[in-house]
Design a protein around this ligand. Structure first.
Ligand SMILES: Cc1cc2nc3c(=O)[nH]c(=O)nc-3n(C[C@H](O)[C@H](O)[C@H](O)COP(=O)(O)OP(=O)(O)OC[C@H]3O[C@@H](n4cnc5c(N)ncnc54)[C@H](O)[C@@H]3O)c2cc1C
Length: 375
């Protein structure tokens, strides 16, 4: 049976960041993905925003890994010439209640170590864009955007230059723990193959709980329920009236950040994502229902009343792997080592939704430290 030091299941941005990190110390790292290429699921269906770390509860993994990941990511982009733009974001309020929310957000951000938020008066906001309607806002200068495909490409190139290998079209079927690590069964283009590995990292995103269920010895009690929550985007034709990202104050009880305006590296303006829990299946349904357009227009008009409805067109969608169910309260990332499931050398990553892209380098560092602690 072939032997490797580590198998990483899932070549999304998080699996690739882990591969780049672990391959600095381990000589045989194998990263597998069931698709023909890397990053074909959630990692290429998101907003591509480098988040500042404003919204997450104190001491949560989302807060600490977002803030650390953001700094690491900006440095990485500069060092490896990944296209990015720290263009900043405005969080805008329409009334006194929303202003009070922003005051709370300012405090929360500062507790999380995000100290650079700046109040913007109506007049200052108007200077950013005469199309923007808001009574007051907060500017987050450390929020930015990134070309996530180039970033993933760079992580893979880095891992490969450290000796790691990427096996596309390779599906994880199951694993059993042994005294030397794990015996794995993989389906490679329809043929089942066995492999030994010292470490096993489950970074399978939407399918992370299915992968965990197929690892012998992982008790059902240590596998959380994963919910799928779809987010749709509509693109806006023509020149963007905004040069920064614009986020409304999230409505209460919603599970995203509200339908916001983001730009990509080509300055294309898009709106979204909304939140819609969907049932789990073997392949995510990425279709976009045109009937969503009125809901989008209503939400966008609150801060962009002059929107031209004809320029708003369905674009793409992504699905969040959420530990937070509908109407439930905040749920953090789960990065489970031996203490959680009792198996040495296994890391299960669950619920790596937003800000997973921003946090990816910090998550990789966290995984490495967890493995070092255990072995
Ligand atoms: C709508 C939306 C907007 C978002 N916006 C942002 C944002 O602006 N900023 C931000 O920081 N984050 C954002 N995120 C979150 C971010 O996209 C994710 O946290 C990140 O992409 C997760 O990466 P991943 O590698 O964990 O998962 P994935 O990209 O889903 O990768 C998992 C991989 O595992 C593979 N896999 C699954 N099962 C198997 C198996 N059995 N065998 C082999 N391979 C398998 C899949 O094919 C897949 O490629 C957003 C997410 C969504 C859905």
């Amino acid at each position: 049976m072939d032997k490797v030091d580590a198998v990483i299941v899932g070549a999304g941005v998080v699996g690739l960041a882990i591969a780049a990190r672990l391959s600095c110390k381990l000589s045989n790292v194998l990263i597998i993905d069931k698709h023909l290429g890397f990053g074909e699921e959630t990692s290429s269906r998101n907003s591509e925003v480098i988040h500042a770390g404003i919204y997450y509860p104190e001491e949560s993994l989302k807060a600490s890994l977002c803030v650390a990941g953001k700094l690491a990511l900006y440095e990485y982009c500069q060092k490896r010439t990944i296209p990015f733009n720290p263009l900043g974001k405005l969080i805008v309020a329409q009334n006194e209640d929303q202003q009070a929310y922003l005051e709370g957000l300012l405090l929360k951000a500062s507790i999380n170590g995000v100290e650079d938020l700046v109040w913007q008066s109506r007049r200052e906001l108007h200077r950013f864009s005469s199309e923007l309607k808001a009574s007051v806002g907060l500017l987050s200068p450390s929020t930015g955007i990134i070309d996530s495909h180039s970033y993933m490409q760079s992580l893979l190139a880095e891992a490969e230059s450290n000796g790691a290998m990427f096996a596309a079209n390779t599906q994880f079927i199951g694993a059993e723990p042994t005294d030397k690590g794990f015996n794995l069964s993989l389906d490679i283009e329809g043929e089942v193959m066995s492999l030994q590995s010292r470490y096993l990292i489950n970074s399978a995103g939407l399918y992370s709980t299915d992968v965990a269920q197929n690892i012998d010895g992982v008790g059902r009690g240590s596998i959380p329920e994963l919910h799928w929550c779809k987010g749709h985007y509509f693109s806006y034709g023509g020149k963007s009236p905004f040069s920064r990202l614009v986020y409304p104050v999230p409505e209460t009880n919603i599970t995203g950040l509200g339908i916001h305006a983001t730009l990509d590296m080509g300055r294309q303006l898009k709106f979204g994502p909304d939140t819609q829990y969907i049932s789990r299946s073997t392949t995510p349904d990425y279709s976009i229902d045109l009937n969503l357009k009125p809901k989008f227009l209503e939400a966008i008009r609150r801060y962009f009343p002059g929107i031209d409805a004809a320029k708003l067109q369905p674009s793409y969608s992504g699905v969040r792997p959420k530990l937070q169910g509908p109407n439930a309260s905040f749920a953090d990332f789960r990065i489970d080592g031996c203490k959680a499931h009792g198996i040495q050398g296994l890391i299960n990553l669950f619920g790596i939704e937003s800000p997973g892209l921003t946090a990816s380098l910090a998550i990789a560092k966290y995984v490495e430290a967890l493995l070092a602690e255990e072995t």
